[in-house]
Design a protein around this ligand. Structure first.
Ligand code: GDP
Ligand code: IMO
Ligand code: MG
Length: 426
């Protein structure tokens, strides 16, 4: 059995949490492969809204195993808080939540280093979520990091202190005040809670499961344009958010990857700094933000909004080997008279259809194709056949230009507001 992948094609917040939750009944195992509490994945059902940061979005389904893979970075404080919220909702996770021994730990000092780095950058800041993601992955690649498996060793406290001392010496070069004692006790308590969960060799678990016929869905965090290699560097996150991240972050070999479901919004958003060629800094952008409730699930920051960007989506489809698409938030576009789609850019006086190396909003102008909008409310639809003609035309246009089928159309945040369109797997 091959493992399927579901990931974002834009700058994150495409609606990954919702669709993983919707697809979970088709699978036996859901595995997160990268990122950490910079992610905020929202699920809505039975009038409940729930945001997950580190825990995979299959957790609300009994009997489905959820694996936090080796590629994920964990903040024990945030993780413990996520568990507490699941407890409050009566969700059982003792048996069906497994954590890789090789997942790295975010230390309180990683958070401080993230903040110090952002402060020192001034206006050039990345707009990080300040969760310590960058410094933790830096310690991973720098071969200094602490992993979940280490918390069971007798020398864990000593190793923790050695790394903290190293961080404090780096922090002394920054002009930033901090109080480590604010976060450290909660962090140690979080470690105790983490010790009570089942830590596993997740690469063996995933591969053995696939061998015995179990179906695996890998859940991405962030989005392709935030990928450390292929995103809008340096305004990116610090992990590989693309399909290849499943290979390194869960231990799934490339030839074991099956379907790749790429998620995109019917428009586009970005939170944090960095280029965004189709950004609308006008009333239309404001309307998208208002209608789409575009405020960050992790930080509450207003998301920047704009039209869908085809060269960027094509790039993401290529890098990820996307086999099918999920188009999210179609309902948000209701009441726009016309809808624009960026097909090309004008770059240094030339019309191009790809993302150049230097993506600078000042030198890159979008070229738009306009389509007819629709004013019907889509949120009450329950079958794909009920979509208004203008929506079908928008879908057909995107499928044609992206050369990839759209098999899921989402028309609201709730589980039930999901329309399947020749969904052909699992
Ligand atoms: P993720 O990080 O990719 O999981 O996405 P987020 O949860 O950060 O952001 C997506 C937001 O859009 C959440 O508030 C969802 O509840 C909401 N959402 C998801 N799909 C739809 C949809 O089709 N229509 C509307 N209106 N909201 C949606
Ligand atoms: P989900 O999984 C949207 C952005 C931050 C910042 C940049 C780097 O919910 O889609 P980091 O804290 O990773 O060092 O920040 O990446 N970012 C996200 N934007 N959704 C996310 O996750 C994000 N995770 C990080 O805003 O621009
Ligand atoms: Mg999110």
């Amino acid at each position: 059995m091959k493992g399927d992948v579901l990931l974002g094609l834009q700058w994150g917040d495409e609606g990954k949490g919702k669709i993983v939750d919707v697809l979970t009944p088709k699978y036996d195992i859901i595995g997160r492969f990268q990122g950490g509490p910079n992610a905020g994945h929202t699920l809505e059902f039975d009038g409940i809204k729930h945001v997950l940061h580190t825990i995979p979005s299959g957790i609300f389904h009994n009997d489905i195993i959820n694996v936090v893979g080796n590629g994920v970075v964990i903040d024990p404080v945030i993780f413990a808080e996520e568990l507490r919220k699941l407890d409050d909702r009566g969700v059982s996770y003792k048996e069906n939540l497994l954590v890789s021994k090789k997942a790295h730990l975010i230390l309180p000092t990683h958070r401080l280093l993230d903040k110090a780095s952002e402060l020192s950058k001034g206006n050039a800041k990345i707009g990080s979520t300040l969760k310590g993601i960058g410094p933790t992955y830096m310690d991973k690649t720098g071969r200094n990091g602490l992993r979940v498996g280490d918390i069971f060793e007798d020398n864990f406290k000593d190793r923790y202190q050695t790394l903290v001392d190293k961080h404090l010496s780096i922090l002394s070069h920054y002009d930033m005040e901090y109080d480590l004692s604010e976060y450290e006790p909660a962090w140690m308590k979080g470690i105790d809670i983490l010790r009570q969960l089942t830590a596993i060799d997740s690469e063996h678990y995933i591969n053995d499961s696939m061998k015995s016929g179990k179906k695996v869905l890998a859940e991405g965090a962030q989005g392709t344009l935030l990928d450390i290699d292929f995103g809008t560097y340096p305004f990116v996150t610090s992990s590989n958010t693309v399909t290849a991240g499943t290979c390194t972050g869960l231990g799934v070999a490339p030839n074991r990857i099956g379907e790749v479901i790429g998620i995109f919004k019917a428009y586009c958003t970005r939170v944090g700094s960095g280029p965004f060629p189709t950004e609308l800094e006008d009333e239309t952008g404001e309307l998208l933000r208002k209608n789409g409730h575009e405020f960050g699930a992790t930080t509450g920051r207003p998301r920047r909004c704009g039209w869908v960007d085809i060269p960027a989506l094509k790039y993401a489809i290529m890098i990820n080997g996307v086999t099918q698409l999920a188009m999210m938030k179609a309902d948000v576009l209701s009441s726009f008279k016309t809808i624009k789609v960026c097909t090309h850019y004008i770059y240094k006086g030339e019309k191009i259809d790809y993302l150049p190396f230097n993506i600078d909003d000042d030198t890159l102008g979008p070229v738009y194709h306009e389509l007819e909008g629709w004013d019907e409310d889509l949120t009450g639809l329950s079958d794909i056949s009920e979509l208004p003609e203008a929506v079908n035309q928008y879908i057909a246009y995107l499928e044609d230009i992206l050369e990839t089928p759209i098999t899921i159309v989402s028309v609201g945040p709730d589980r039930k507001q999901t329309l399947e369109r020749n969904l052909s797997f699992a």
